[in-house]
Every structure is written in structure tokens, then in C-alpha cells.
Design a protein around this ligand. Sequence first.
Ligand code: PLP
Length: 418
Amino acid sequence: MEQSRLWLPYAQMRTAAPPWKVVRAEGVRLHLDDGRSLIDAVSSWWCAIHGYNHPDITRAVKAQLDQVPHVMLGGLVHEPAIRLAQRLVEITPAPLTHVFFGDSGSVGVEIALKMAIQFWRNQGRTSKTRMMTLLKAYHGDTTGAMAVGDPVEGMHHLFAPLLPRHVFAPSPRGGFDAPDNVVRDDLDQLAHLFAGHHEELAGFIVEPLMQLAGGFNFYSPAYLQGASKLCDQYGVLLIFDEVATGFGRTGSLFAADLAQVCPDILVLGKALTAGYSGHSATLATDRVYDAFLGDDPALAFMHGPTYMGNPTVCAAALAGLDVFFRDDYLARVGRIQTLLRRDLLPLSSPKVRDVRVLGACGVVEVHDPGSLIGLQQFAADRGVWLRPFDRYAYLMPPYVITDDDLRQATAALREWFS
Ligand SMILES: Cc1ncc(COP(=O)(O)O)c(C=O)c1O
């Protein structure tokens, strides 16, 4: 079997059901080799916000391929990277002024962590080498990123002996609309940790407002506002990992906008490159950037992935951003949120522990992961592609999804739990 040479992610290769083969993808639909077509309700791990094969983006990619498919950024530059950096600075919160490209979300996180540590080191603060992070966090699959993910419940706990030990704060409670007293309690605990560890802390990394792959925990903007003040008070850089939340997923362009908090370092990925190829952008403020300037070459930031700023993916990103604003994607996300709330929030079943919706993300959390076994096939039989994991069945559709297609996806979930 041709599949047998292919080692698939997060899969027990002995027992996993054979994967389905996609032969064409158009709009929100994945066309399979057996003639079926499925609505992709999870945007290919949340990156395909435009759906597939968007004519404007595909055209831009093809044009770029004919000019410069790739060139290193070491000592050379090109128009797509210059323009994309400029564009990202324009659309992110004003204090973020410089852009460092990487080749995946995980690498973008690694860059942010290294940037924070070297920021302090360049100022002689060599003890600041650890991170504050949150339980339920997920920041990627590379070593540095794994180390700031939940060390107990997270999927990487078996690698603990390999990983540097960071400081973990409790996951914020109470949801997006958490009552003041809950946020205050959480911030008190955070303050306690800052007080005990700030001498060794370089940064506090969070997925702002939405912790996703570590447990779909939504939390309050007030928590981020309090955390930002603590970072200032204790001299710790605030890092937002918006690899998943960036580009509209929360309902605002960035979670930073919704929370009205600007981090010192911001990581973007996934939807950044419109679902065409992996890439990341790590943005920094003047304060961070300036700490790397000086006459001593050793102050320079020591990082440089081979494919950083690849012209073809930059062209996809630029075309994707044009479409995003031209077609008012934030209005579409608002519409998706309304429909997800209408269709999912009333869902009630003894199996269901909680249902929550924020922006273009609807989550059904169950008590027992066993009650999601078979859901993927059940949804596929109803024309919908889902990928539930652990205790979570979720919808994070492309923003171009129509009301009817979204209803088909929510109906599959409702029927499963009915
Ligand atoms: C918040 C967050 N950060 C980082 C990553 C890693 O991104 P990538 O898979 O592109 O390495 C992910 C992936 O799911 C993510 O959700």
C-alpha cells in the first residue's frame, strides 16, 4: 500500500483507520478519491481561513513562482518580504514595529523565546532565562515550544526529561466573561509567582483569550490586562502567541485588539499564509528591537531558518490580507459566531460538559473522551470533516463558509449528541 511509507501525525499507525485521500480542494470542500466531498469544518488545523484554492491567492502564488520562488534572507532581501513586514506592522498594534520571519508556528514561538532571553542577556541580565507560562497551554511541537506547553495534561509530557523547566501559572478560569472576583483570584496567584520568580523570568508567554490545543479554554480580557501590568511591574516581557487566534479567529483581527493589550512580542502563523504553506512572523516593539543594536556583533539576534521570508509564501500572505480586508472577513466571523451560538449553545446531553463559542470557534466539551469515538465517521457520513480530540469536538470553519454549509456542520454535531 502506498500509504504504508507515510508516517502520519499523532496516529497509532497500527490501528489508525486508513486516512482519506484528498484529490482536489476548492472553497470549503475537500474532494476525496472515492468521489465524496466534505465540508472542512476545521480549516486544516485552523489555517485555511480562505478555504482552498482561492483564485486571487493562487494567482499571486503562481506569479511569484515565475519570478523568485525562493531566496535566502541572509544578506539578500526581496519585495514580498519587505512588503509583508510593512503590512504586518500596519495591521498589528502600533508599538509592534519589526518583523522576524520563521517557517512554522512552532519556530515562530522558538524565535520569540530566544528573542526574550537574548533581550535581557544583551543588557547583562543573564539570570533571566526562564519563562512564565500557563497550564493548558499549547505552543507547538518543537523542543522550546513543548517546554512552555502544559507539562502534565499536554500531549508532550513524555518528553519532560528533555525540556527546560519553566514556571507554570494556573490556567485562567471563568471563560471570556469571567466575573471580576475570579479574575482577581487568578491574578493574585499570578502575582505571587511573579514575586517569587521575576529575577529569572525573561518572558510570560500566553495564547491570548483562547487556549486551544491544550484544552479550548477561553478567558477574560481583564486577565490579560492584569498580566500585562504585572509584566511591567516585574520587568518581564509579555509574549502573545497568536498563531491560532490571529487573523480574526476571536472575532477581532488580533486577540490583542480585543483584549486591548499590546505585547512586547507577538507571534503569528497558520492563517498568516492563507493555508498555502507554513510560515510565521514574530513581531517586536522598538524597545525589544533596540536591545539588539550596537557596535558589538554579538548583540545580533542569533537565528535564521533557511526558508524564512520565502517569497512565495509572502506573496500568498499579501494576497490573503488583501482578500481579508476587501471581503470584510471580520463581518463574516461575526456572522459565524452568531450561527455557532444559535446552533450549538442550546445543545444539551448528559455526555456534554460545556459548550462555548467565541468568534469563529465553537467547542463542545464532553465528560468522557469515549463519547467522541465514531464522531469523525458519523460527521463524514453527513458530508462534514471534523477532527475531534481528547474531550473536545469543535468547529473552526474557513471564514468563507456559507450559512448553509455551516448549518450542515452544526447539524452533524447536534445529531450526534441528540
Ligand atoms: C497557539 C499555537 N502556537 C503554535 C502552534 C504551532 O504551529 P505549527 O503547527 O505551525 O508549528 C500551534 C499549532 O497548533 C498553536 O495552536
